[in-house]
Write a protein that binds this ligand. Sequence first.
Ligand SMILES: C[S@@+](CC[C@H](N)C(=O)[O-])C[C@H]1O[C@@H](n2cnc3c(N)ncnc32)[C@H](O)[C@@H]1O
Length: 283
Amino acid sequence: MNYRHAFHAGNFADCMKHALLVWLVGALQRKPAPIFVLDTHAGTGGYDLMAEDASRTREAEAGILRLLADPPPALADFVGLVRRIQDGGGSRVRSENLYPGSPLLIRALLRPDDRLACCELHDQDYPALRRLFARDPQTATHHRDAWEALGGLLPPKQKRGLVLIDPPFEAPDEFDRLARGLAAGHARFPTGVFAAWYPIKRLAAVRGFHHAMQASGIRDIVTAELLLREPLDPSRLNGCGLLVINPPFRFETEALPLLLALRDALCGAEPGAAATILRLADE
Ligand SMILES: C[S@@+](CC[C@H](N)C(=O)[O-])C[C@H]1O[C@@H](n2cnc3c(N)ncnc32)[C@H](O)[C@@H]1O
């Protein structure tokens, strides 16, 4: 396990994943019944953009720092939430250099009866995550393997909820493992909303993943993708996607403006920059 998210925090891929995550949590909260959120690959929870790791890559400059400097109206919920957490809203931490990871973003949105469970396997990253939520009765942290947790922590007693799967894509078979993990999680929690992030380097690998999901027999699958450029060079992160099973009502119409705003703000003028939403399986 070499991947450390601190090097990439707040980059364009985080902005895409987190803007859609904020929308998904909000959509689930349209109904008053409590929700459960499982963040299977949680990271440390939040990142200091001035720390050595992040300042070495400076990826946030082409991501959240650009959005904070000139927030696109369509991304007001996401950018406003980042700003609110930086300002100390929700009280966990306060710093204008903080970039909230998925656990802090989700936590800031929870209503009193909602619950969050976060898993992180890395020995160096887990202690920070545990400290962040040590005295929080609404959030459980687990030093636990994500794929195993999909079996162990699902289904939740709330019966409604979201599972965010955000693997590091270090292993060559990560797309296969993701497809297997989604099938296993969905079998245990068929009514849950599942959101799985993936990188777009080589188009063939992505299309293979789409086909595997279509062949799984799972219904109601949509995928949102943001491309920085045509994916011709497989050594670069050319874009990313978020595959959603059981997308909440209006996902396709309401997520598209978010993606288009991300494309306009974060994708340069390279040919092939694009924002798309594709339905992979009907309801
Ligand atoms: C892309 S990062 C997560 C970022 C986080 N979801 C966010 O949006 O802020 C992936 C994380 O998964 C952790 N990880 C890798 N393999 C894991 C596994 N099998 N189970 C749980 N965590 C794992 C890595 O240590 C890393 O912190």
